[in-house]
Design a protein. Structure first.
Length: 353
């Protein structure tokens, strides 16, 4: 039996009163998803470990079959793997968002008001102190690599997308405790069209290794994703990754390209994993209407063609890794949707037949 795992990042959330007391997934028009539900299984579960945050790293790691001891506390190293950025054993790698601020409060985690080209152009003029390496990934996302004997893990519990409107004074003071990071932040401030922008380092990580998917499950595996954290996780676990030309880690991704990558490859592997991050990104922006519209696009452009192209012997699993509220913009630790075209499924091991 071939297994196709479709991870719709942050698609699940609690019921919303003005959506007739339905969640966005329930409210959206999704004929293919409803057909799969009617033929198989639809339940609720949780994928995050009780002592870890409900974020993509922790939840997808558990979905893929990693136990708690093999799930890293920090994720920046996985993003460096996704872009083949070298990080040595004595270096730290940090995520770095281009953010906007108002009166020292976090206005946006993603450089709102600037286009992707604007952000790319800024990255090409950035002032980088000696001893620090800077890498522009895409849009508002960047990485910093730094040699530091000082433990930087005090910065690990800050998540910009969950701090909108929050005062940054204390956190910035913690970042400033490292001279190189302080110089980097102070030397790269911008005021554009009346909005103040800075680069904010967060989420430090060091190199680590994970068990391979083959060793965990004894199955061959292929994956489709553009999101840095997921690609890095898959690379660390020796999961083959599709080469995509038009896809992104946001809701402007090419859904047809991703669906075709599944259809053209699923019969060559025991397991095929496709990850779509746009539902999470829209939720962080608190855009309920766009989330519902995007869910309907996923049903039409991803679920329907995959369902039509596969035979009844294929197991199709559709799930959310964690909840992301389109009202608060934050990850939440509630139950998520687990849907399968088969009548029963092992929640503890999705790849067991």
């Amino acid at each position: 039996m071939k297994t196709i795992l479709i991870i719709l990042d942050g698609i699940s959330e609690n019921k919303i009163l003005f959506l007739n007391n339905q969640s966005p997934l329930e409210y959206a028009t999704t004929p293919t998803l409803e057909l799969i539900k009617s033929q198989g299984f639809h339940g609720k579960t949780k994928f995050h470990h009780s002592k870890k945050n409900a974020n993509s790293l922790n939840c997808i790691s558990k979905i893929i079959g990693l136990d708690d001891k093999n799930i890293p506390n920090h994720r920046a190293y996985l993003e460096s793997l996704a872009y083949d950025i070298p990080v040595s054993e004595n270096e730290w790698v940090l995520r770095c968002n281009l953010i906007s601020i108002k009166k020292n409060k976090l206005h946006s985690f993603n450089g709102i008001g600037l286009t992707k080209d604007n952000k790319k152009n800024l990255s090409e003029t950035i002032n980088i102190p000696e001893g620090l390496k800077y890498y522009h990934l895409n849009d508002y996302k960047n990485l910093l690599v730094i040699t530091s004997e000082k433990d930087l893990s005090n910065l690990a519990d800050f998540y910009p997308h969950e701090e909108i409107g929050g005062d940054l004074t204390q956190y910035i003071n913690e970042v400033y405790s490292n001279v190189l990071l302080k110089d980097f932040m102070k030397n790269n401030k911008y005021r554009i069209n009346g909005i103040d922008y800075i680069y904010l380092p967060w989420g430090p990580s060091k190199p680590f290794n994970m068990p391979t998917f083959q060793n965990l499950h004894g199955k061959s595996v292929f994956s489709i994703s553009h999101t840095e954290i997921v690609k890095g996780l898959f690379k660390n676990m020796n999961i083959k990754i599709a080469q995509l030309n038009n896809s992104t880690g946001d809701f402007d991704t090419d859904l047809t390209e991703k669906a075709n990558a599944v259809i053209n490859n699923y019969d060559k592997y025991d397991v095929t994993i496709i990850h779509i991050n746009g539902t999470d990104e829209i939720s962080h922006r608190k855009n309920l209407k766009d989330k519902i519209d995007f869910i309907e696009k996923i049903d039409k452009k991803v679920l329907n063609p995959i369902y039509e192209a596969t035979d009844e012997d294929s197991k199709i699993i559709i799930l959310s890794d964690h909840q992301t509220s389109s009202l608060t913009g934050e990850h939440e630790a509630g139950y998520v949707d687990l849907i399968c075209n088969k009548k029963s499924i092992n929640k503890n091991n999705l790849f067991k037949e």
